[in-house]
Design a protein around this ligand. Structure first.
Ligand code: NAP
Length: 252
């Protein structure tokens, strides 16, 4: 299937590691012009080199951007100019119970998980409306559908993205801008190892055995779902939520 991604300008946020990097790699493999953004310039350079070494795609550019900072987002989009496809992503919020968080923790999680998406969509949609094409995919968590133990901030703000995306899907569809959310279950990244506090392979294997497919997911498996929803081959899916979790979630 031709995904219609070749030559498209794709911005992947929080893309120097983990799921963001895997998405950037997937678009690079399809011949897109990929912009990767995160906070650490050196790490971004390394990631850009790694993506080139795997895909031989010369069109990989890095932009330093802290997605919790509105000015950074504005500057980044102004610098890039036209953007066809955006993958929203950010670092995960801290784990904890209600009593562990004060107002500033709540504010930070809101800025990171919700306002980053609001500001990015605000910045890129004028370009997308002008060209009558846009695909937006937000990386969330399976907590957008089912609460996770000890991840209160995620359980609160991920569903907010589902509501936001549904409303935006109604407003933007007439301009051929489609927006969807994809939630990882347990994919093998630095973040997930930190959340589980597990570094060694046998412990990770045990966690994987509790998942119906019998293992933890790979970031590239997650990226394939994002790639399709965030491609020109997706012409009719918008306002939807998809989890990539090997069957872990029991809710409908
Ligand atoms: P990861 O391996 O820790 O990678 C996080 C990436 O985000 C890094 O590139 C990091 O680079 C960047 N980042 C963090 N804070 C940022 C900020 N303020 N501005 C810009 N970039 C930022 O994490 P991951 O596992 O890929 O997770 C990605 C997202 O999926 C997170 O929100 C996580 O909660 C969610 N998620 C993941 C899983 C999973 O199974 N992996 C499950 C559920 C939800 P810098 O630090 O250099 O900026």
């Amino acid at each position: 299937m031709d995904l219609g991604v070749k030559g498209r300008r794709v911005l992947v946020l929080a893309a120097s590691k983990g799921l963001g990097k895997a998405c950037a790699m997937a678009y690079a493999e399809e011949g897109a012009h990929v912009f990767i953004a995160s906070r650490d310039a050196e790490q971004l350079q390394e990631t850009a080199k790694e993506i080139f070494s795997v895909t031989y795609n010369p069109n990989i550019e890095s932009v330093v951007c802290d997605v919790t900072n509105g000015k950074d987002i504005e500057n980044m989009v102004e610098k890039i100019g036209r953007i066809d496809i955006v993958i929203n992503n950010t670092g995960g919020p801290p784990a904890g119970q209600f009593a562990d968080f004060d107002d500033s923790d709540w504010q930070q999680a809101f800025e990171s998980l919700v306002m980053s998406v609001v500001r990015t969509v605000r910045a890129v949609t004028p370009y997308m409306k002008e060209q009558q094409f846009g695909r937006i995919v937000t990386i969330t968590s399976s907590s957008m559908k089912q609460a996770l133990d000890g991840l209160l901030l995620s359980n609160t703000f991920r569903p907010a993205i589902v509501g936001l995306s549904k409303s935006l899907s109604q407003e933007l569809a007439g301009d051929n801008i489609l927006i969807n959310s994809v939630g990882p279950g347990t994919m093998d990244t630095e973040r997930i190892r930190a959340v589980y506090g597990q570094e060694d392979e046998s412990s990770m294997k045990k966690i994987g055995e509790k998942i119906p497919v019998g293992r933890i997911g790979r970031p590239d498996e997650f990226a394939k779902a994002v790639l399709f929803l965030g491609s020109a081959a997706n012409t009719y899916i918008t306002g939807q939520t998809l989890v990539v979790d090997g069957g872990a979630m029991k809710s409908l």
